[in-house]
Design a protein around this ligand. Structure first.
Ligand code: AMP
Length: 273
């Protein structure tokens, strides 16, 4: 892959890169389409990265429908599909990790210890292998995108990070490969994530600025669903992810909820005026 990328660069081709864990859906495809608009060559990677999963998480049962993913990529005119094995990515003796401090141990990082270290490390490796001009990420994983943006700045990585809006079902549910785990009742209850964000937006629109009050209302909404268990709901500064007391400026409202055994996340950026 690295040799191919170097060859493309010598021929002055621009490379757009979409890193994924596969089980591709419209969210991933929206990134691929955008990459296609802005680059000569599109590379998609599919890699279920073992080092970003905790010991009790879903690494082994994460969906891996490679045949369907390949067909979707062909349809979207993806030029190169890069799907290394874990042994190829982490050879014996692997010892180097990328840690983006402070941003990695808040929000999702509280419960998922080491998760963002795994993400930053694999994305850094993929960037070095694929050598893209631009890389495409979804707002759906807002904390991940903020961490990657920080890493690229701090390590002088010459890649443009493009952040694309969250793609949702018509009923509001953010598309996620993990939605495949949900049964009928859970699919219904999973709507509480986007409903809570909508509620927050409306509260802010009607003048509420106190984060504690907003969070309490969202907590109540989520806890009223049978299969839902709230992990966190936070209102944070968009740059440093620090919790806000009063909403003054643009902020990120982020939440993680377990629906049955499936952990889902969602978020929204809100401007007060
Ligand atoms: P994943 O395969 O879950 O690691 O996601 C790969 C990329 O797709 C990440 O940049 C995600 O943020 C992005 N992505 C996942 N779901 C969505 C969605 N519903 N809308 C937009 N982007 C998404």
């Amino acid at each position: 892959m690295q040799k191919i990328a170097q060859g493309l660069k010598r021929r002055n081709k621009t490379i757009g890169f979409v890193p994924t864990m596969g089980a591709l859906h419209e969210g991933h495809l929206s990134l691929i389409r955008q990459a296609n608009k802005e680059n000569d060559i599109i590379v998609v990677s599919i890699f279920v990265n073992p080092i970003q999963f905790g010991p009790r998480e879903d690494f082994s049962c994460y969906p891996r429908p490679l045949k369907e993913d390949r067909a979707l990529c062909l349809k979207q005119k993806v030029d190169l599909l890069f799907y290394p094995t874990a042994n190829q990515m982490y050879k014996m003796g692997f010892k180097t990790y990328v840690e983006v401090k402070d941003l990695s141990n808040v929000l999702c990082g509280v419960k998922r210890k080491g998760h963002f270290r795994g993400v930053a490390t694999v994305v850094c490796k993929l960037f070095n292998i694929v050598q893209p001009d631009s890389a495409y990420f979804g707002q759906k994983d807002a904390q991940q995108a903020i961490i990657i943006q920080r890493m690229v700045k701090d390590l002088n990585i010459p890649i443009r990070i493009r952040l694309m809006p969250t793609v949702r079902q018509r009923n509001g549910l953010a598309l996620s490969s993990r939605n495949l785990y949900l049964d009928k009742q859970e699919r219904q209850d999973a709507l509480c994530l986007s409903e809570a964000l909508k509620r927050a937006k409306n509260l802010i629109k009607s003048g509420e600025r106190n984060c504690q009050i907003i969070i309490k209302k969202l907590r109540e909404l989520i806890e009223s669903k049978k299969t839902a268990r709230l992990e966190y709901v936070s209102i944070v500064d968009l740059e440093n992810l620090k919790p806000m007391k009063k909403i003054k400026d643009k902020c990120l409202i982020a939440l993680a909820v377990c629906i049955g055994k499936t952990r889902l996340i969602d978020n929204m950026v809100v401007k007060p005026d």
